[in-house]
Design a protein around this ligand. Sequence first.
Ligand code: EPU
Length: 417
Amino acid sequence: MDKLKITGGARLKGQVRISGAKNSALPAMAACLLTADELFLQNLPMVNDIRTTRRLLHELGAEVEFEGSSSARLKAANIGSHEAPYDLVKTMRASVLVLGPLLARTGRARVSLPGGCAIGARPIDLHIKGFEKLGATVITEYGYVEATAKRLKGANIVFEKITVTGTENLMMAAVLAEGQTTLVNAALEPEVTDLAELLNKMGAKIKGAGTSTITIEGVSVLKGASHSIIPDRIETGTFLAAGAMTDSELELTACNPGHLTGIIEKLREAGANIEAGSDTLRVQGGGALRSADVATREYPGFATDMQAQYMALMTQANGISVITENIFENRFMHASELMRMGANIRIDGSRAVVAGKSRLTGAAVIASDLRASASLVLAALVAEGVTTVDRIYHLDRGYERIEEKLRAVGAQIERLK
Ligand code: EPU
């Protein structure tokens, strides 16, 4: 298993090109199942979740050819299987995103139940209720969820709770349903809007994506399209935190500052100097960081996917900060590893209280999930001495060449095979 070895203390300087958004690329790839024509996707991040999705789509009969460093041609001329097996789903929960398109295109989908993960229980009951509203019969047995329908029928679906992949799955199911579907209390995340844009290019009739009510007029067939994935706002936020924590000067290019309003505001409140251009961001260290409380919320609020990185940042801020996690029930696994590096953190239910500024020292730490890994890398960049981060397969699922990007701006970081 690969590890990262990081020697802390280096100031970073230079440009970092932000990759495409993993969480936008995954549903976009699943959308290829909705048409027999070719989808051409650009600005894909070459991370392990994308490779896992390719394996899953192959399994279902689709062809996925990567081209160059960030593009892919996807074609599901015929669907050969209706099943996303346990082997793949257990490594990537987002595999559930094939449920909606498979069901809509072929009337049948069987996907291994994802189960809990390091950050919470993460049920898919709201996806299932939505498919039932569209007229599908859904049976859960032997560890699998199986949905069948002759042809889905448009319906009014009110989400009890905002769900990102739930909204995406239902949107992909409804595009080929008969009649109109309304999704109420839909997720507003930019990844949802990006998917709607792609589906509309394929001939779907979706209105209101990016608001809490999405209306979908079903069509009988979709065609191929070409689409460029939006920049990864969480990778962007992670590098902003890196710049602010290490008292550095970084320019992030190919990003979308408009998708990070909540994150940028919070980092500025904490004392980071951030300047936004149309598709660039500059972060400059300099002053001392201050504590600032944060509570995670659905978009446009402060993203739960930035909570762990923000906690690492707060270990370097003067004062007490309270970090409240509202989206997932168990997303503080990084705290105990940060404490082993010298952070002063107390967990109280859904709140973490961080007292700073702490002197962090290098240690052997273990990554528990994707964003937790990123927070440990950030802490290691400011820690005295050497940190090794183990189980970075989590990091490799969602950050493209993170060690190369950091090394190019001056970090002392290497991958140990
Ligand atoms: N929920 C339910 N029932 C459902 C679906 C969700 O109770 O049927 C609950 C969840 O347990 C959670 C809340 O609703 O408490 C929100 O979950 P959501 O469904 O929005 O999360 P998700 O779609 O499974 C996506 C991202 C996550 C990100 C969350 C929240 C993808 C592939 N994943 O997950 O990304 O944390 O939205 O923004 O888009 C990551 O990239 O590291 C990551 C975990």
